[in-house]
Design a protein around this ligand. Structure first.
Ligand code: ATP
Length: 301
């Protein structure tokens, strides 16, 4: 019988994950592949957020016991502040996002939101407080209105229209023959990467979470669209505690604090100016990206 329940349990988890707004196809397939690792404790209370601070306390984590990915990681994102995580590929940046959404529990250490250990609260209440804008947004085969409204049950038309407006997708929707009722996805209208991301942002606005985790797109968008989206994201994150996983350093230079992750350890942290003055890992990464950018410009000229 357990053999029958396990796939059902997994499907339930995938369903819940999708309902809670993390609609990242790769993540879904990964979930189907993974056994259910995280269970609510019997009688776990709901997370109650008054001041949405987020902190990691001595977190140790590995997907497999013999390979530790995060080593004794501690950092704090004060309520309302903007913190960015940078670091080489494979350093563990996306792993941090997965732990915050509690796809896994740390082997030791704690992750706290407003002082509450997220491993001790109900997952559904945790996820209700977090908005994730993933790198590649996936839409449902349904109307564009449904795709936006999905952030929250019973969202009113006004809330949906405001979110579309704030995510700067309204002019696009207004040009469609059926407006919000236009079918999108495989069977309907195909949206560009930038348009899809705007729909994902609108969906997050409808959800209106106090904590945002942004997983910055790497290459899907052309640089003008990327700049537009970044401007929109900046507005969206204004009054929220924001953790941004960044690939391009130029996009996070004004963060309140930058964490530099290297092989799952916190190598440096500080503001952009402080880290440049320090002249170590971040300063090297910055210099490298500046020269790559000017090479690209020259090639394009
Ligand atoms: P990138 O900038 O390339 O996106 P990242 O810093 O986000 O990289 P992570 O995706 O967090 O890195 O991965 C950190 C390490 O964990 C990598 O070595 C990766 O191979 C490993 N890893 C990631 N997901 C899994 C998984 N589901 N099972 C086992 N190992 C994994």
């Amino acid at each position: 019988l357990t053999q029958l329940f396990r796939p059902l349990d997994m499907l339930g988890m995938v369903y819940r994950t999708v309902r809670q707004g993390l609609i990242d196809m790769a993540e879904m397939f990964r979930l189907i592949d993974t056994e259910v690792e995280v269970q609510d404790m019997p009688g776990a209370p709901a997370l109650v957020v008054k001041r949405p601070s987020l902190s990691f306390e001595n977190v140790v984590f590995g997907y497999e016991p013999e390979r530790t990915i995060l080593h004794d990681l501690s950092f704090e994102v004060p309520a309302g502040s903007h913190v960015a995580i940078v670091g080489p590929s494979g350093a563990g940046k996306s792993t941090i996002a997965r732990l915050i959404f509690r796809f896994y529990d740390p082997q030791s250490g704690r992750i706290l939101i407003d002082g509450q250990d997220i491993a001790q609260v109900r997952q559904e209440s945790l996820r209700a407080h977090i908005g994730i804008v993933p790198q590649d947004s996936v839409l449902f085969n349904d109307t564009i209105g449904y795709n936006i409204a999905y952030g929250r049950e019973n969202a009113s038309d006004e809330v949906i229209a405001k979110a579309a407006n704030d995510a700067a997708i309204m002019p696009f929707i207004e040009r469609l023959p059926d407006g919000f009722a236009t079918e999108v996805g495989e069977r309907g209208l195909k949206l560009s990467g930038g348009e899809k991301q705007r729909v994902a942002i609108a969906r997050t606005l409808v959800k209106d979470p106090p904590i945002l985790v942004l997983d910055e797109a790497t290459s899907a968008l052309d640089s003008r669209t990327e700049q537009d989206i970044l401007r929109t994201l900046k507005k969206v994150s204004e009054d929220r505690t924001t953790l941004a996983i960044a690939h391009r350093l130029s996009t996070i230079a004004d963060a309140d604090r930058i964490l530099v992750l290297d092989h799952g350890r916190l190598a440096e942290s500080g503001t952009h100016a402080e880290l440049l003055r320090k002249g170590e890992l971040y300063a090297e990464m910055w210099a490298r990206q500046q020269s790559e950018d000017s090479e690209t410009e020259k090639a394009g000229a």
